[in-house]
Design a protein around this ligand. Structure first.
Ligand SMILES: Cc1cc2nc3c(=O)[nH]c(=O)nc-3n(C[C@H](O)[C@H](O)[C@H](O)COP(=O)(O)O)c2cc1C
Length: 210
C-alpha cells in the first residue's frame, strides 16, 4: 500500500533539518527573535501542562565564551547567534496550580479538575528525586524539539548538544535546586560546509507491530 504524504512545510522541515556544526559568526538575532523562539518552544506539550522548563539565552560574547569553556571548547557555541541552555525543572505542585489557573479562568477547565491534577503531581513527585529528574528531562526534551523547528521556521539552523559539564553550567549560569541543564541548543544562520542529515536506520528495523 502506498502512503501519500501531502506536501507539507512540516514534513519538509523534518526532512531537511540537520545538526549544524558551522555557523555564520556575523549573524546575530534580536532579543525579539530570541523571545519568539522561546515562545514557540513553550508551546510544546508537557504532562498536566507542567511547563517545567526555562531557557537561558546565551548570546553575549562574554557568556558565550564561558559556555564554550564548559562545553569542552565546542566552537559552535561561540559562532551561533545564540545558544540556549534548556533547563528542566522538577515538577512542583505549587507551580502547577499557578500554571493551570489560566485554563480555569478561561472557562474550559473545571476548577475541581485543576485541583485533582495538582494532587496527582504532589503524590507522584513530592520528595521523589528520580521520578522528578526523569520528568524534568522529558519535558525539556520536548521543548528542545519544538525549539529546533521554531528555528527552522525562521530559516535558522540548530544543534542539540549534551557535550558539556553539567555541574559547571548549573553553577556558572545560576540554576537552582531542582533544576537540570538538560541540553544546549545552538541556533543561528548555517555557514557553508555543514554535513547533510545523516542516514537513518530503515523503519522496518525500528518498528514492531503488535
Ligand atoms: C541529545 C543530543 C546531544 C547531542 N550532543 C552533541 C554535542 O555535544 N556535540 C555535537 O557536535 N553534536 C551533538 N549532537 C548532534 C548529533 O550528533 C546529531 O543529531 C546526530 O549525529 C544526527 O545528525 P543529524 O541531526 O544532522 O541528522 C547531539 C544530539 C542530540 C539529540
Amino acid at each position: 500500500m502506498t502512503v501519500h504524504v501531502f506536501p507539507s512545510e512540516i514534513v519538509s522541515a523534518i526532512e531537511s533539518r540537520i545538526s549544524a556544526n558551522l555557523y555564520d559568526r556575523d549573524h546575530l538575532l534580536s532579543r525579539e527573535q530570541i523571545e519568539e523562539l522561546v515562545r514557540l518552544a513553550s508551546l510544546a506539550p508537557s504532562a498536566y501542562n507542567l511547563q517545567n522548563w526555562r531557557f537561558i539565552a546565551v548570546s553575549s560574547p562574554e557568556a558565550k565564551a564561558r559556555l564554550t569553556d564548559a562545553a569542552y571548547g565546542q566552537r559552535k557555541v561561540l559562532d551561533a547567534a545564540v545558544t540556549f541552555i534548556i533547563v528542566g525543572q522538577f515538577p512542583s505542585h505549587k507551580a502547577l496550580a499557578r500554571r493551570l489557573e489560566p485554563s480555569v479562568a478561561a472557562g474550559f477547565m473545571p476548577r475541581e479538575m485543576a485541583e485533582s491534577w495538582v494532587g496527582v503531581i504532589s503524590d507522584t513527585f513530592d520528595g521523589k528525586a528520580s521520578a522528578s529528574h526523569d520528568e524534568a528531562i522529558r519535558s525539556a526534551t520536548f521543548a528542545a524539539s519544538f525549539l529546533i523547528f521554531a528555528a527552522q521556521s525562521m530559516g535558522l539552523a540548530s544543534g542539540a548538544m549534551t557535550g558539556f559539564e553539567a555541574e559547571r553550567v548549573a553553577r556558572e549560569f545560576g540554576l537552582g535546586a531542582g533544576e537540570v541543564p538538560v541540553m544546549l541548543m545552538t541556533v543561528g544562520r548555517a555557514a557553508e560546509g555543514n554535513w547533510p542529515q545523516k542516514p537513518r536506520v530503515p523503519v522496518a528495523e525500528l518498528i514492531e507491530h503488535v
